[in-house]
Design a protein around this ligand. Structure first.
Ligand code: SF4
Length: 294
């Protein structure tokens, strides 16, 4: 049986999470831990999930993932400055942080590797070079600043990791991106949970996608369950086109999430995979490796 290292019991991995300040520590021995990103990757394509977490795949660069992580770190820095009321020279701060995040972990050799990967693998779906991503990131931070700066808000939670026993013996982990108190033009206050999407969903965009976005549903469930917040909006914000998609989730979406987690865990534990090459492959970081092995 193929036990993926990402799906593990947490006997060795029970590091304290600051959620424990608010909840009783779980007796987590022999429970499975799985991250919502793993669930989403598996739902996108089970082969994609395997390639992404295959330790022998070290030379393969997942541009999207790197870009997403670097951009999110920049957004969180902005929000922390906002929380401390220290947002002077906002755009300069954002641009500086983005440059630092995108460049810092890459050595010249890695940049060359990224660019040569692009030349070799460029096809109908454009895999951006390192430099193109850098420029795209600057556009993204301008968009982010434009949308965030116009709303009156007070940050409550920024980039908070959660662990929640979503089903008996299954712990789901993930990240609550941003929770804010929002004041509208009529001075009405509300609580909003936001998720920042650096690039549109792999296959489709639009209301339907974000209405059932699993990681947004999962972080909403975590906010409701761990912090006892009942009345809030869950918003997907696609930074590349400045669109916001508001949702209010209920038990219906939370039950969909639980069913999906249960079924994905069952597939991974029992080594159940499927092969379904179709138009999603155009958006797949591993299509060059995968298609050679079909
Ligand atoms: S190329 Fe298609 S079938 Fe292969 S891993 Fe990517 S999405 Fe899945």
């Amino acid at each position: 049986m193929n036990i993926n290292p990402r799906l593990q019991t947490n006997q060795k991995n029970n590091k304290a999470n600051n959620l424990y300040i608010l909840t009783e520590p779980l007796n987590t021995s022999n429970k499975l831990i799985i991250d919502i990103k793993d669930i989403m990757d598996f739902c996108f394509c089970s082969r994609y999930y395997d390639y992404k977490y295959d330790g022998t795949n070290n030379n393969k660069i997942n541009f999207k993932e790197l870009y997403d992580i670097s951009l999110h770190k920049t957004f969180y820095m902005y929000l922390r400055a906002l929380q401390k009321d220290k947002l002077e020279n906002t755009l300069e701060l954002l641009k500086y942080t983005w440059g630092k995040e995108w460049i810092k972990f890459k050595k010249t050799k890695e940049i060359m590797l990224m660019n040569s990967y692009y030349k070799v693998n460029k096809s109908s779906y454009v895999v951006d070079t390192y430099e193109e991503r850098r420029k795209k990131g600057i556009d993204a931070i301008f968009n982010f600043n434009e949308v965030m700066a116009k709303d009156k808000q007070f940050p409550i939670i920024i980039g908070h990791k959660y662990e929640i026993e979503i089903l008996p013996n299954i712990i789901l982990t993930g990240n609550i991106e941003y929770v804010r108190e929002y004041t509208d033009q009529n001075n009405n206050k509300s609580i909003q949970l936001m998720k920042f999407i650096s690039e549109p969903t792999k296959r489709y965009t639009g209301d339907m996608v974000y209405k059932y976005s699993l990681d947004l549903i999962a972080s909403s469930y975590a906010l409701k369950t761990l912090f006892n917040v009942e009345d809030f909006q869950s918003i997907a914000f696609t930074v590349s086109d400045k669109k916001v998609y508001p949702n209010i989730f209920s038990d219906k979406e939370y039950n969909i999430l639980k069913d999906t987690v249960k079924n994905v865990v069952t597939c991974i534990q029992n080594d159940i995979r499927y092969i379904s090459p179709d138009n999603k492959c155009m958006f797949c970081e591993y299509k060059d490796i995968c298609t050679k092995n079909l």
